[in-house]
Design a protein around this ligand. Sequence first.
Ligand code: NAP
Length: 319
Amino acid sequence: MSEKKLYDVIIIGAGPAGMTAAVYTSRAKMETLMIEKALPGGQMTKTEDIENYPGYESILGPDLSNKMFEHSKKFGAEFVRAEVKEIKDTFPYKTIVLSDGAEIQAKSIILATGAKHRNIGVPGELELSGFGVSYCAVCDGAFFADQELVVVGGGDSAVEEALFLTRFASKVTIIHRRDELRAQKIIQKRAFDNEKIEFIWNHVVEEIKGDGMVSGVVIKNTQTGEVSEFPCNGIFIYIGMDPITNYVENLGITNQEGYVVADEEMRTSVKGIFSAGDLNEKKLRQVITATGDGSIAAFSAQTYVEELEEQVKEMNLEV
Ligand code: NAP
């Protein structure tokens, strides 16, 4: 990061929403800083094939992440690895507080921190995490060659990742709490057609068993209440996502579930703070919707900064 402490726009999060916003703001000659605590790419980095992003019939998530990251810096946006602890709604410039206590100022802010995987919250999950409990098939799948795996969940992620795991595992059993999948039909069909995939319907995982390494799961029938044990070598959990918005709790811009409420222009209820991507309250969360949000947020931030600069001039405030 440069010594300069005031940016036109600071983008928090370098997933598809944040990186797209950076392309737009820096190309519009706004001084742009992206702050990301992990690898650029967000959830894309943990996705195998992406086949619904126009222009690429099929592309590996990490490859699309790298391409977007290079693109996001092409017009001069800066990038820093850091964690944001808090945002202060100061005037005329916002203040971003990092986890090490450092403060940076910005004329506008775009929130783009996305969402993170949800835990089941059962005994054994935390203890055996990394020892057979995983939330990332792309990262850990290869460790389970010829072994028997369980995938929990019935959405796009669970079914797509179960399909991916069949490259390594001898058998993948999807345990779902209902008798119908939520995943898109095209993905469902691939799973039903795959000989290595089996289903246990109407069951939830109550405990993950293992002495140092996962050896099985305790499952409960949601209809009869019957409890049984199911042996497996690993368990991949895909039961949805939670938004990463803890650092904006003080701003009062989130709904009951923690998602940011933004309008069609990606404006939050705090002037100068915009929000784009999976952390927003909305129905469809995809790479393409995140990039769309990012471009809109960038344009809104640009308009806001132009107005703010006029206001600062009129009020004779120091820039
Ligand atoms: P999701 O669509 O919210 O699905 C979560 C699944 O987990 C649901 O089947 C849900 O069951 C189940 N579940 C939730 N809480 C549970 C619990 N406590 N115990 C057991 N099961 C539980 O989440 P996702 O699959 O991670 O997808 C997130 C978003 O990303 C979605 O909008 C999805 O469309 C998108 N996505 C898209 C693609 C793609 O287009 N290729 C790929 C991945 C993800 P119920 O069905 O009973 O609610």
